[in-house]
Ligand binder design. Sequence first.
Ligand code: ZN
Length: 79
Amino acid sequence: MKLINCTICGRLFKSQYFTICEDCLEGQEEVNPYKKVKDFLEKHPGANALEVSNATGVPKNLIVKFINDDVISVVKKRS
Ligand SMILES: [Zn+2]
């Protein structure tokens, strides 16, 4: 376990895997970028960060951070 800042709210919390705190993971869907992105990717597997950003309104750099931190998984873009 290490102390890290939550990607969404910036709060310091202890986590082994996630970069998002429990409050944000369980937060309201309408205001929760993590849930918006996760829901969109469930419906649109294979979408890239830009497509997700356009569809959800979540900033692209935050989506890229989710992906880089393995907070959400994406199907790799087909070549
Ligand atoms: Zn948080």
